[in-house]
Ligand binder design. Structure first.
Ligand code: UD1
Length: 327
């Protein structure tokens, strides 16, 4: 999918100054009128191109939302309270942001007759009962965050049925890439920081747990495809289909940074998911999704600070696989 396929549209990206949202904004901006609604609680204005219209406000503020969504064709809904542990500490507060506000977004989309591409999560599966996990697997989320994402995911699909609204839910697996930082960011940014500082790389548990790490540029690709697909009212897994153990990840990051950090083991995280990996055949078949960035290349580009090709270039999987860098 080519970002140029979405042209001359007015689009809103909620959470557009955040980690995933800001990469999406960058891909959309050259050909579209892009609006961002963000309260900058974790996002950064510096990530936003100049010609974006910014509405600063909470996603749960109906006035701000109304203003940002007026006349839009598509809403990419990425605003969320993304910390799983904070959702455990403050379930009502995270519910307000992740679910109550999401319903406002869906309602606003009905007013505007706008398509909604909603950020769902692998958290909807909880401990998956099959690997790789497909969209039809049981959904038994283990945290308030997962419950809220599952409700959003189901609301989005039912809105398609009940109100004829065009919606797509994308279930992201473990996203990583530039701009992922802060106390609630993922294991890759944590390990990179530790390796660069020469501090111990802290594996929680035995390190044999596995994850499906998906680069943010591939998540952008999926969003662009979701914006134009005819197959609405559906949820799609967005990962790579490859699982990597946390131990292997620690070794890869240590080697990529040429770090002398020791790898140490701490207690496992309570309630940690043992294995997580996506069956992406539905997204491949229906959206034309094809992950282009393997983990080693993705980590290498993070270490070198090089840019992976934006979604509208013609770069192939092979050219990335050969270790080319892009600037
Ligand atoms: C991730 C998402 C979460 C989503 C879930 C879906 C992030 C930050 N979180 O959670 O939003 O709901 O997938 O399944 O992307 N680890 C270490 N050492 C560290 C940090 C982490 O060993 O210093 C381990 C953790 O114990 C875990 C694994 O690395 O086993 C991944 O942790 P993390 O990056 O926090 O993501 P998930 O828990 O998979």
């Amino acid at each position: 999918m080519d970002s140029a396929a979405i042209r001359d549209r007015t689009v809103l990206v909620t959470g557009g100054a955040g980690f995933i949202g800001s990469h999406l904004v960058e891909a959309l901006t050259p050909h579209n009128d892009v609006r961002v609604l963000d309260n900058f609680s974790s996002g950064d204005r510096a990530y936003l191109p100049e010609d974006v219209t910014v509405v600063e406000g909470d996603i749960g503020d109906p006035i701000a939302l109304q203003q940002a969504a007026r006349g839009v064709d598509i809403i990419f809904h990425h605003a969320a309270m993304v910390s799983v542990s904070r959702s455990v500490d403050a379930p009502r507060q995270s519910n307000e942001t992740n679910l109550d506000a999401s319903l406002l977004v869906l309602e606003q989309a009905r007013q505007e007759d706008a398509r909604v591409v909603a950020a769902s999560s692998a958290a909807v599966y909880g401990h998956p009962d099959e690997l790789p996990v497909s969209e039809s697997a049981a959904t038994e989320p283990t945290s308030p965050y997962g419950i809220q994402k599952l409700a959003l995911d189901q609301y989005a699909r039912r809105y398609a049925e009940l109100y004829d609204l065009e919606t797509v839910a994308l279930r992201y697996f473990n996203a990583y890439g530039p701009r992922q930082q802060g106390p609630y960011s993922g294991v890759i940014s944590t390990f990179l920081e530790q390796a660069r500082a020469g501090e111990p790389i802290t594996i929680e548990g035995d390190g044999q747990q596995t994850r499906d790490f998906v680069h943010v540029s591939d998540i952008v690709q999926a969003n662009l495809q979701a914006a134009t697909t005819d197959a609405v009212g559906e949820a799609y897994n967005i990962g790579t289909g490859t699982r990597t153990s946390i131990e292997e990840l620690a070794e890869t990051i240590k080697a990529a940074t040429d770090s002398s950090s020791p790898i140490v083991h701490h207690d496992p995280r309570p309630g940690d998911i043992r294995h997580s990996g996506a069956d992406i055949s539905k997204a491949k078949r229906t959206l034309g999704f094809e992950p282009r960035v393997g983990l080693e290349n993705g980590i290498q580009s993070l270490v070198e600070g090089t840019r992976l090709p934006p979604a509208d270039t013609d770069a192939t999987v092979e050219s990335i696989g050969e270790g080319s860098t892009f600037s």
